[in-house]
Design a protein around this ligand. Structure first.
Ligand code: ZN
Length: 244
């Protein structure tokens, strides 16, 4: 089984398509797993929902998905994120908002549990520290969990008697599964924040028992043109070129 593991697609059609094309170039995909935030920030919420739903999909809700469908208020969002969430809400059809409103906060598929933020706070928590990783492992009922939200590709390993460390993952990094329990973050297909503007995702190969992080160049200028045409926040447009 080959699975493209994506997260934080954020209404960026070009970034998601580049990752799915890259994943499919090595053989057919059996599934796409997404750790949430299909929408928000970017120019094409409906198109990204459609692109995900065209795949055999496992998707959980992120904070932006919940805001865009009205299941969460935007008071706690920063001003740019709040206006993007409200703009996204207007772009979506009632059926698309219903689809987002019905998404689960956590989902288990095989040996993996998928959640947007953390198992402690699925919608909100940026899981980045040893303390948070220990709390996550205490709630994690599967060998592996997949998180998103921080837009940073990384992995953390459960090590008896030692604190888990965050290990940043770069293009081509391969991790063999088996042995220890793991927390995995594929990074973001739609708004990378680690200084590398290329879209980020993870490929899971169950026969090889590996996950591989991949970075894929995409047409950032095309996404930015669409954002300008909708008069979206300039800071959200500019950050795509910088990967911040
Ligand atoms: Zn996000």
């Amino acid at each position: 089984m080959r699975v493209a593991i994506v997260s934080d697609c954020h209404s960026n059609t070009e970034g998601l398509a580049a990752c799915l094309d890259d994943a499919a170039s090595g053989g057919p995909l059996d599934a796409v797993w997404c750790a949430g935030d299909a929408v928000g920030y970017g120019p094409e919420p409906s198109a990204v929902i459609a692109a995900l739903r065209a795949q055999p999909l496992a998707l959980v809700a992120g904070n932006h998905d919940l805001a865009a469908c009205g299941r969460m208020e935007v008071d706690a969002f920063n001003p740019a994120a709040a206006s993007a969430a409200l703009w996204s809400r207007e772009q979506l059809s009632a059926a698309e908002r219903d689809f987002l409103a019905d998404l689960p906060l956590t989902l288990t598929t095989g040996a993996f549990t998928i959640v947007h933020g953390s198992l402690m706070q699925p919608e909100w928590e940026y899981l980045l520290t040893a303390e948070q990783a220990l709390a996550q492992f205490s709630l994690q009922r599967t060998p592996y969990s997949i998180v998103g939200h921080s837009h940073l590709p990384f992995w953390m390993e459960e090590r008896p008697g030692r604190a888990p460390e965050i290990r940043r993952a770069g293009d081509g990094d391969v991790l063999a599964l088996g042995g220890t329990r793991l927390i995995l973050n594929p990074g973001s297909t739609g708004q990378p924040r680690d200084g590398d503007p290329r879209a980020s995702y993870m490929l899971y190969d169950d026969a090889a028992a590996t996950v591989t992080w991949r970075r894929v160049a995409y047409d950032i200028a095309a996404t930015q043109r669409k954002m300008r045409a909708f008069d979206l926040d300039p800071w959200l447009i500019e950050r795509l070129s910088e990967g911040r």
